[in-house]
Design a protein around this ligand. Structure first.
Ligand code: HMG
Ligand code: MG
Length: 297
């Protein structure tokens, strides 16, 4: 029994842009976000409060939040540590995503801490954010494969997710960071997550490195998942995960869902307008199928 309605969480302004080498002007990012919002994408990762030395592209996070927050939408920002969360607390943003990798080697490269060191720091922070009324999302990287350690055991991903659920998060966003998962693995892990955490929002985050994101999404739909992170234009990738190319593209995912009779509330023509805003500033091309077939040249 597939869902009748699916929520698509747009991660383009964050995951999509963080890997772009050339700085995208802040004004362009703002217009990109506004157009994405206008297309009906009501849940969105706007930016991340990470070290500007590590990810210069996100150095304008505070300005983006100041100008783009929409009280009628769920606008989420990422923060990896105490310093990041303190910077978020200085803004009006009400939704925070923390992020940790299942594998220590990846977490070290990404956050300069082991997974358990990150969890030790984050647990009291999550409690504090919940007490203050924030929406808290946990992004779980390397849930299937790690670029350094290879295959990750399902039990390890489930147990990190359990720690987050016990810490009080509202949402788990479970990621195939380097696009290695195959559909049978997507179905298996998401079935187990659905069963283990029935009261937590469960979202699937697939990178499309090996062209398997859409089939993995279909497999996750069959496992009962009705929330997916996607990126307009299929942009994206983590700078600290070699081989992590773009996310599943929002337009291809929406197109598939609409073809299946599943509602998303997103207008594809307006979504293309959002892509046009940012396209001239990108160092990569937009190669999603929907864009290729429908964008005006
Ligand atoms: P570090 O160098 O170990 O930091 O980096 P530190 O705690 O030693 O501090 C060093 C300096 O950085 C200090 O400043 C801190 O104040 C400052 P100084 O005293 O030298 O002037 N600092 C900060 N400044 C601004 N914002 C902060 C912050 N923290 C410390 N939050 C750190 C540790 C976590 C900061 C660094 O490793 C980092 O920024 N990592 C972020 C990496 C990143 O953005 N990765 C991509 C996002 S995750 C992702 O894409 C995966 C996902 O999509 C799911 C999937 O696909 O897998 C979510
Ligand atoms: Mg990602």
């Amino acid at each position: 029994q597939l869902p009748k309605k699916v929520t698509v969480i747009e991660v383009g302004p964050r995951d999509g842009l963080q890997n772009e080498k050339a700085f995208v002007p802040t004004e362009v990012k703002k217009q990109f976000i506004q157009k994405l919002q206008a297309s009906g994408l009501n849940e969105m990762e706007l930016t991340s409060f990470v070290s500007p030395k590590w990810v210069p592209q996100m150095s304008d996070a505070a300005e983006i939040v100041a100008d783009c927050l929409d009280p009628n939408a769920r606008h989420i920002v990422l923060a990896p540590n105490r310093r990041g969360v303190d910077r978020v607390l200085d803004t009006n943003c009400q939704a925070v995503a923390v992020f940790v990798g299942v594998s220590d080697s990846f977490n070290k490269k990404n956050i300069n801490k082991t997974t358990s060191e990150s969890m030790e720091e984050l647990k009291p922070i999550i409690a504090e954010l919940k007490e203050k009324g924030y929406f808290v999302r946990a992004c779980i990287s390397t849930s299937f494969y790690c670029p350094y350690e290879g295959k990750i055991a399902e039990e390890d991903t489930l147990s990190l997710c359990r720690e987050f659920v016990e810490a009080g998060v509202d949402e788990l966003s479970v990621a195939d960071t380097i696009g290695m998962a195959a559909p049978h693995e997507s179905f298996s892990l998401f079935s187990k997550l659905k069963e283990a955490f029935p009261n937590t929002l469960l979202t699937a985050h697939f990178h499309d490195t090996r062209n398997m994101a859409l089939t993995n999404i279909y497999a996750a739909l069959q496992a009962g998942v009705d929330r997916f992170d996607t990126s307009a234009g299929g942009l994206g990738g983590c700078p600290f995960a070699p081989g992590a190319s773009g996310n599943a593209s929002t337009e291809d995912v929406i197109f598939m869902l609409h073809r299946m009779g599943i509602e998303t509330g997103v207008d594809l023509d307006k979504l293309l307008e959002a892509i046009e805003v940012v396209k001239p500033y990108l160092t990569r091309t937009i190669d999603s199928s929907y864009y290729r077939l429908h964008a005006e040249k």
